[in-house]
Design a protein around this ligand. Sequence first.
Ligand SMILES: Nc1nc2c(ncn2[C@@H]2O[C@H](COP(=O)(O)OP(=O)(O)OP(=O)(O)O)[C@@H](O)[C@H]2O)c(=O)[nH]1
Ligand SMILES: [Zn+2]
Length: 203
Amino acid sequence: MQKIRDLLNADPEETAHKMKQSEHFMDAVKELIEVCGDEPDRQGLQETPYRVLKKFLEYTVGYRQDPKAHLEKQFDVDHRDLIMVKDIDFNSLCEHHFAPIFGVAHVGYIPNGKITGLSKIARMVDGYARRFQVQERLTNQIAVAMDEVLKPQGVMVVIEAKHMCMCGRGVEKKDAVTVTTASRGVFSENPDKRREFLSLIKA
Ligand SMILES: Nc1nc2c(ncn2[C@@H]2O[C@H](COP(=O)(O)OP(=O)(O)OP(=O)(O)O)[C@@H](O)[C@H]2O)c(=O)[nH]1
Ligand SMILES: [Zn+2]
């Protein structure tokens, strides 16, 4: 296992090429194909173990970075009200089924003398999304990162997402959308601030 970890880096393509040598992994995917009832050696499936590996490395690239670090790019600006980046689309993988979770994150904060780059908030969201996740943890990790790095007066995060494990299999509720929230500081204490944030999501 340690040997495989040593091969990992931030480029899924490069890592997948190196790991292609890992017959153990390739055989496991071939076995899965067989268990499902198909033939791993037929043309369309020959490269599939490699594609599966690359896909997983793409979906989990967030393990090989510190998403919080993006927020360290800061500027001194005296802004005392809400700053919100909404509709940040993301792709994640559910940790129970390895099925896609996709949706949008709305991230808002009231700064305390320092603001961060808007794109950095989206990069940080992607860093946590690109891991095996449950939506609740993803929501909290985003709020904690904003709180710890920017030390704002308050932060609020809302995520709206669809879980393919609920849509395409199992209970098969294709229109179900899960909404989660996390808040810190003034957004936890002041209902007016929460209302302002929530009204701007709809605006
Ligand atoms: N709370 C939470 N649950 C999730 C998330 N993603 C998937 N799940 C749920 O994880 C649960 C796993 O339940 P299990 O009974 O172990 O798995 P399962 O037999 O495949 O369950 P079904 O999906 O009901 O067929 C399911 O209820 C999923 O809906 C998430 O982000 N948050
Ligand atoms: Zn799932």
